[in-house]
Design a protein around this ligand. Structure first.
Ligand code: CP3
Length: 374
């Protein structure tokens, strides 16, 4: 490593915390997946959940984007629905999550268990521990993730993917006590799941609240913000990285594991996202990055936000957009280059490679984030 430059773990963690870096780090949501021929080869015709449970294959798939397209973080290969069957809910992928018996009543919610994920999905933590060992030598950061309670509830109430998730909105108005009880159970699940991921070696964790943006600002503030705050606060108490746990005494504790919060279509709730207790807010492509940097970038770091479809453009256009994003995000305390949503299956691999190359080509003085003082 050149004198004065940061390793990928330092670059990502410092960006999350709003500390100076040489340039923004880069990774992509849904960076492992069908756009990679190597993923399709490993997958063959295996059911998706089988891949998620196979430690060796899931480790291989998690590492593919690092080796093949130059991402600067590795995210656990899994899905937001992996910990859900342990609650007693039958979930299948066709190809999106499908629930045999959608949740509509209080007795159904009360029958849900909140399992210890170390027992219900031990393979998730085995994958993380293996990845952490594999990545240690390269100082590449390892990310964990979970679906946020509202997004999980949206699928569980609807029963499957839906354009507008009308069923969860109707429940909010018609049977608010059922939705409250469901969100409470899912919050306990998510806190335990993310804490166990951190314990197994995840160095930052992302909470995917993909569908929370379907709520208006007032409903979001009443129903979603308190859940995010509870998760952030409980994680801070529960999930000490091993070195911190060993250190024991409060004074000897290092910084906490960063929390990244993603909401799709969240331009109307940026303030709430910034008040959630998350260290980083991950923006979809419709949010004006410069506006977000001005309005909330002093309080939280930003992640995003290229339109995933733009990866189909020629490499020189992708390079130009990456420079523009870095400049737009410059007033923020930190910025992580990423897409505004997951990388779609029909994305050209060259486009993904151009995106990560463009991040590395950002000279410190051109980069959006403040340069490291030597
Ligand atoms: O980012 C990563 O590379 C890590 C892996 C990851 C997957 N899903 C793998 C996956 C992550 C972080 C997710 C999150 C996820 N899953 C979300 C939140 C983020 C988002 O995209 O909005 C949601 C809503 C889901 C639910 C889900 N899983 C859907 C709707 C689908 C089917 C549609 C689709 O895009 O394929 C899945 C399946 C899924 N999850 C696949 C992968 C690689 C496809 C599996 C395959 O067919 O090979």
């Amino acid at each position: 490593m050149r004198d004065g430059s940061l390793d990928p773990t330092q670059r990502l963690l410092r960006s999350c915390r709003g500390e100076p870096v040489d340039r923004p780090p880069v990774w992509l949501m849904r960076q492992a997946g069908r756009y990679l021929p190597e993923y399709r080869a490993v997958r063959g015709d295996r059911p998706f959940l089988e891949l998620c449970r196979d430690v060796e294959l899931a480790v291989e798939i998690s590492l593919q984007p690092l080796r093949l397209v130059g991402t600067e973080a590795v995210i656990l290969f899994s899905d937001i629905f992996v910990p859900v069957p342990g609650m007693g809910i039958d979930v299948d992928f066709r190809p999106g999550p499908t629930v045999a018996e959608p949740i509509r009543s209080l007795p159904q919610v009360e029958a849900l268990r909140v399992p210890d994920p170390r027992e219900s999905v031990p393979y998730v933590f085995e994958i993380l521990r293996t990845l952490r060992r594999e990545l240690a030598g390269e100082a590449v950061p390892l990310l964990g993730f979970a679906g946020a309670p509202f997004t999980l509830a949206a699928y569980l109430v609807e029963g499957r993917s839906s354009g507008d998730f009308g069923a969860v909105k109707r429940m909010l108005h018609r049977a608010p006590e059922v939705l409250r009880a469901l969100l409470a159970r899912l919050t306990d699940l998510v806190v335990g799941y993310l804490a166990a991921q951190i314990e197994a070696g995840a160095q930052a964790v992302q909470l995917f609240d993909t569908w929370a943006g379907i709520l208006g600002s007032a409903d979001y503030r009443d129903w979603v913000l308190p859940v995010h705050r509870e998760i952030a606060a409980k994680l801070e108490r529960a999930a000490a990285p091993p070195s911190r746990a060993e250190a024991g005494a409060e004074g000897a504790r290092g910084p906490r594991t960063p929390l990244i919060l993603y909401v799709k279509g969240g331009s109307h709730v940026l303030d709430c996202m910034a008040e959630s207790g998350a260290d980083v807010i991950s923006l979809d492509w419709r949010v004006d990055l410069a506006r977000a940097a001005r309005e909330v970038g002093g309080r939280v770091s930003l992640q995003g936000n290229l339109d995933p479809a733009a990866l189909a453009a020629p490499p020189d256009r992708i390079f130009a957009w990456v420079r523009e994003m870095a400049e737009a995000a410059a007033p923020a305390r930190g910025h992580i280059l990423n897409l505004g949503h997951g990388c779609p299956p029909d994305t050209p691999v060259e486009g993904v490679r151009a995106f990560t190359d463009a991040a590395r080509a950002l000279a410190p003085e051109r980069s959006g984030t403040r340069a490291v003082q030597s």
